[in-house]
Write a protein that binds this ligand. Structure first.
Ligand SMILES: [Zn+2]
Ligand SMILES: [Zn+2]
Length: 135
């Protein structure tokens, strides 16, 4: 699906601003608000941080974009996709997707508690292979 189709499917107008934000997310994977501003500035010099923020929030509400919560870090954003875990490098800060079925883990823990589990966020702190090899 193209970004235009994704936006339409979620009843959002495919404005050039939203498309530019989605392109940035697609290209860089996980980005902060400030980084999105930096990258979208190239094509949209007048796009303000507050406009970007508003657009991102609208896309979060419609499940087009999701927030990546990382302890002691700024919020990152990514295009919504299948549930996955994140590997976060302690040295260089790189965030990598790690495909894992979080549902299995949720089911497992759900069987051990009487609380109702709503959602799970799985982050792993790592030293990435580039940092390990000293590159
Ligand atoms: Zn690293
Ligand atoms: Zn991710």
């Amino acid at each position: 699906m193209t970004h235009v189709e994704i936006l339409k499917k979620h009843n959002l107008k495919a404005t050039p601003q939203r498309l530019s934000i989605l392109n940035t997310l697609e290209m860089y994977g996980h980005v902060t608000l400030e980084e999105i501003e930096k990258y979208t500035k190239v094509n949209f010099p007048t796009l303000s941080l507050s406009t970007i923020y508003r657009n991102i929030n609208e896309m979060i509400k419609k499940n087009v974009v999701s927030e990546v919560k990382i302890t002691n870090s700024k919020d990152y954003f990514e295009i919504n996709k299948e549930k996955h875990a994140h590997l976060i490098c302690k040295e260089c800060g790189k965030i990598e997707d790690f495909k894992i079925d979080t549902q299995d883990i949720v089911k497992n823990i759900q069987s051990l508690t009487n609380d109702k589990i709503i959602d799970a966020t799985l982050n792993f702190e790592v030293i990435c292979k580039e940092c390990l090899s000293g590159k």
